[in-house]
Each structure stands twice: as structure tokens, then as C-alpha cells.
Design a protein around this ligand. Structure first.
Ligand code: SP5
Ligand code: ZN
Length: 342
């Protein structure tokens, strides 16, 4: 399969994130993509291609224009105040607060469009995130054009980014952008299957009231795991979308048997839905040795995951999400793709 990659991901290299009351080095760093690049190159899955450039309109199909306008100018607004360090939000609207009025002050805008303090915004964040979306769109175009699969090797990740918010190291929801592009290019039904350790709260929110894009997510139970406020089993969609959202919250520390039970149920539902295309939010923070997560997947499980995705027999776009055992994530991703191709 073709791999889409750009070294512009390096433009997003956050310094510190807020973690347990302290600023610590970012878990989500450029080396992650380097290791994935090296692993997929070594295994010769296929040519590694540069993304095409797409209009931001493709991103605004799933994100609010005022949010994208803000991302485009956020660094200029921040640095105009004289700062050269990364920006981290520190105040947010909660229940009962107004979100219809965008504050004039940067701190207010920044809080309006974010939900955690673990996601630094840097000078190159928008450029990297835009290229990430271009990578997802290029992969979608290749698969929409008839190829069986493609891998969007992008960072920063995307699945925590919703219609008008960033967080969880994510700014633009690459998986949602790709799924929407499938719809806009003639696919009637699309599935986003999210196997990252963390619930894809952004993707769920984007498609929650829609029946044309089904979202399924296997993740650490939000009662104890980030992002805490979404990802429960009773979130099944609303309105038209009722029945087209499926969460599999699993206790931290869950066995691989339990994880594959969830995947088996997801596969059954996907087959029933009869989609025209599949987008995989491929986080490998499910890895047993991941520093911030608590599942137990390893090489055999990643091979098996790839094989079970392949058995769905659908045009498939893989999109890189989380995974923080930096030196291992390349092999983990490669094993999923290997299992898919074998
Ligand atoms: C894309 C993605 O994987 N984003 C994850 C964002 C998680 N950010 C918060 C990390 C806090 C983890 N706390 C668990 C402590 C276990 N040592
Ligand atoms: Zn994750």
C-alpha cells in the first residue's frame, strides 16, 4: 500500500505539556513519526509519497470555519503579545458559560477552542496540522480512486479534535476529514473504527447525529482514562445518528481476549452496516509498554488486528493517531499493516 508522508510534521514540536501539576516534555513528539517512517520504509509496504495540497474547505466540511480561522492565526495573535514560548490554554468555558461569543483576548479565544492543558500550540502547529489533513486527504483520494488501502503517516494526531476544539495533542481531525471526503466523493456509507487507547471524542462528536458515518471506538474506560468525559457505552448517537455510534469502554489493564471480543463485535456491526469505505484511527498506545496507557497488545495482537481489518474487505485508509512508546511505535504500526497485507 502507498504511504503518505511529509517531514512538515516536524513543524509541530511542542516543548512542554501540563501533566500532574507540572510542565513535562511532550509525549507527542516528532521522533514518533520518524520511527514509524523508518519501520514502514524498512518493510517496503509500498512507495512513500508526498501529500497533495487541498483547499481548507475540505477541512471545514467537519470543522467550524471560525475554529479553523482561529488555528490559522493563533500563533500570530499569541506572538504579537511578545511571547516566543509555546502557548498552553488555562481557562475554559464550562456548563452555563457562553460559547457563542468569541472573546477578543487571545486567552479567551484559546480557551473557547480547546479542552485541556496538555496540548501546546507552537509556531508551526497550524502548518503541520494542515499538512496532516492533506496527508489524510491524499490517502483518501488514492483509495477512493480504486486502491485497496493507503496509510496516512501524519502527526500531530487528530481523533480528539472536534468540530471546534483541539485537545489530546490533536488539532484537525484527520480521520473525520478523510471519512467526509469519502462521502463527498460518492461513498454512501463510511465507517471510522478507532483503535487508539483513548476514546475518539472528537470524531464521535463530529458524526454523532449522522447515520452516513458510523463511528466505533475501543478504548480505556473514561471513568478512569483520558479524555474522561465521553466514550461511555450508552453513547449510541442522536437523532438520525441513533444507532450509528458504538463505544467499547474497557477497564484499564484489560486482557487481549477482552479487547478482541470488542473488535469482534465491531467487525460484526461494520459488516451489517455495509459501508463503502473504512477509515482506521490507528493509535498504538494500546501497546503493553506504552507509558501513558494500560492495555496489553503486542506484536501478535497487532498482526491479528491487521488481519481482522483486512477481512472486512473494504477500501481502507489507515491514519496514525497515538502511541508513545516512541522506539516501538514503528514496529507496532508496521505489524498492523503487515497483518493487513498478509
Ligand atoms: C492522540 C492521543 O493518544 N492523545 C492522548 C492524549 C492524552 N493526554 C493526557 C495524558 C494523561 C495520561 N494519564 C495517565 C497516567 C498514567 N501514567
Ligand atoms: Zn491515544
Amino acid at each position: 500500500m502507498k504511504i503518505i508522508y511529509s517531514d512538515r510534521h516536524r513543524l509541530h514540536a511542542g516543548d512542554k505539556e501540563m501533566y500532574r501539576g507540572q510542565l513535562v516534555p511532550c509525549f507527542e513528539k516528532p521522533e514518533r513519526a520518524d520511527f514509524v517512517y523508518d519501520a514502514v520504509k524498512a518493510r517496503n509496504f509500498g512507495p512513500i509519497l508526498e501529500p497533495k495540497e487541498f483547499a481548507v474547505a475540505a477541512i471545514e466540511r467537519v470543522h467550524a470555519p471560525r475554529y479553523i480561522r482561529f488555528l490559522e492565526k493563533a500563533w500570530d495573535l499569541w506572538s504579537a503579545q511578545g511571547y516566543t514560548n509555546d502557548a498552553l490554554p488555562a481557562v475554559w468555558p464550562v456548563r452555563g458559560h457562553r460559547t457563542d461569543i468569541e472573546p477578543d483576548h487571545f486567552a479567551g479565544k484559546f480557551g473557547l477552542y480547546s479542552y485541556d492543558s496538555g496540548t501546546p500550540f507552537t509556531a508551526g502547529t497550524w502548518a503541520a496540522a494542515k499538512t496532516g489533513a492533506d496527508i489524510a486527504l491524499t490517502a483518501q483520494q488514492i483509495v477512493g480512486g480504486g486502491e485497496r488501502a493507503a496509510f496516512a503517516l501524519s502527526r500531530p494526531p487528530g481523533h480528539h479534535s472536534g468540530p471546534d476544539f483541539f485537545g489530546g495533542y490533536c488539532f484537525v481531525n484527520n480521520a473525520a476529514v478523510a471519512a467526509q471526503a469519502f462521502r463527498d466523493n460518492g461513498a454512501k456509507r463510511v465507517v471510522v473504527l478507532d483503535v487508539d487507547y483513548h476514546h475518539g471524542n472528537g470524531t464521535q462528536t463530529i458524526f454523532y447525529d449522522r447515520s452516513d458515518v458510523m463511528f466505533l471506538s475501543i478504548h480505556g474506560d473514561p471513568r478512569t482514562e483520558y479524555p474522561f468525559f465521553l466514550g461511555h457505552a450508552d453513547e449510541t448517537g442522536s437523532g438520525e445518528g441513533l444507532g450509528y455510534n458504538k463505544n467499547y469502554p474497557l477497564p484499564a489493564g484489560s486482557s487481549n481476549a477482552l479487547w478482541f471480543d470488542a473488535l469482534g463485535d465491531a467487525v460484526r456491526r461494520i459488516n451489517e452496516f455495509k459501508p463503502d469505505a473504512l477509515v482506521i484511527s490507528l493509535g498504538v498506545d494500546t501497546f503493553a509498554d506504552d507509558p501513558i496507557s494500560k492495555f496489553q497488545l503486542r506484536e501478535p495482537e497487532y498482526l491479528k488486528l491487521g488481519a481482522q481489518i483486512a477481512a472486512l474487505n473494504l477500501p481502507t485508509v489507515f491514519i496514525l493517531e497515538g502511541g508513545y512508546a516512541v522506539a516501538e511505535i514503528g514496529h507496532n504500526v508496521a505489524h498492523v499493516l503487515q497483518g493487513f497485507e498478509d
